[in-house]
Design a protein around this ligand. Structure first.
Ligand SMILES: [Zn+2]
Length: 204
């Protein structure tokens, strides 16, 4: 398993390329912008893109989807159904441009070569925010950041819900690498100890 991170777009969204090197298969997680740059990075990778996975529907995580869909028509595109349409068009405004958009939900599992990608529904930043668990890695989107959490004042946001989601992540057994949707990476033990939002959530 290999993970590459690149920051894209005006508010530096973390786009991740997840690969099973044996199977030469990849998933692109949160292609938020700069499709051309993502495509040129992918040219250097000896993989076929099987999935485009979205942690939630905000434009800064999804803007490059239509262009990547054109480049990789075989790749399946997944988003949680609660973020897949409408809501004042802030939630995945590009949904109408992407044919065959698929939705995933709590407990779904996707197979990428030998890897299993498990979907945890972690609402609060948006109704359809998910965390993707792969081995000892959590792709937390805008639910959990290093030392912080996503804002809850946008459409569909809820502080109560994000606390419940953070509690749930905090209660996962063992340590995990935390790969968030913005800023630096972390691990779950660090967050349990030092993230004030996760500490508040776990004290509930
Ligand atoms: Zn967001």
């Amino acid at each position: 398993m290999k993970v590459k991170m690149m920051q894209v777009g005006p508010i530096a969204t973390n786009c991740y390329i997840l690969e099973d090197e044996q199977a030469h298969a990849a998933a692109i997680i949160d292609p938020g912008d700069e499709a051309d740059r993502i495509l040129s990075v992918m040219e250097g990778e000896d993989v076929s893109v099987e999935y485009i996975l979205l942690t939630h529907g905000h434009y800064d995580h999804t803007t490059a989807v239509p262009q990547l869909h054109e480049a990789y028509p075989q790749a399946k595109i997944y988003i949680h159904h609660a973020d897949s349409y409408g809501a004042g068009s802030r939630l995945f405004p590009l949904a109408s441009q992407v044919e065959g958009l698929l939705t995933y939900d709590e407990g779904d599992r996707l197979t990428l070569g030998e890897l299993t990608i498990e979907v945890l529904h972690t609402p609060g930043h948006s109704k359809g925010s998910v965390t993707l668990r792969v081995g000892d890695v959590l792709f937390t989107g805008d639910t959990l950041f290093s030392g912080s959490c996503g804002r809850t004042d946008l459409a569909g946001g809820s502080y109560e819900e994000i606390l419940a989601s953070l509690k749930r992540l905090g209660e996962l057994e063992g340590n995990f690498h935390v790969l968030p949707g913005h800023e630096g990476t972390s691990n779950l033990d660090q967050e349990r100890k030092f993230n004030p939002y996760m500490r508040e959530a776990m004290a509930h």
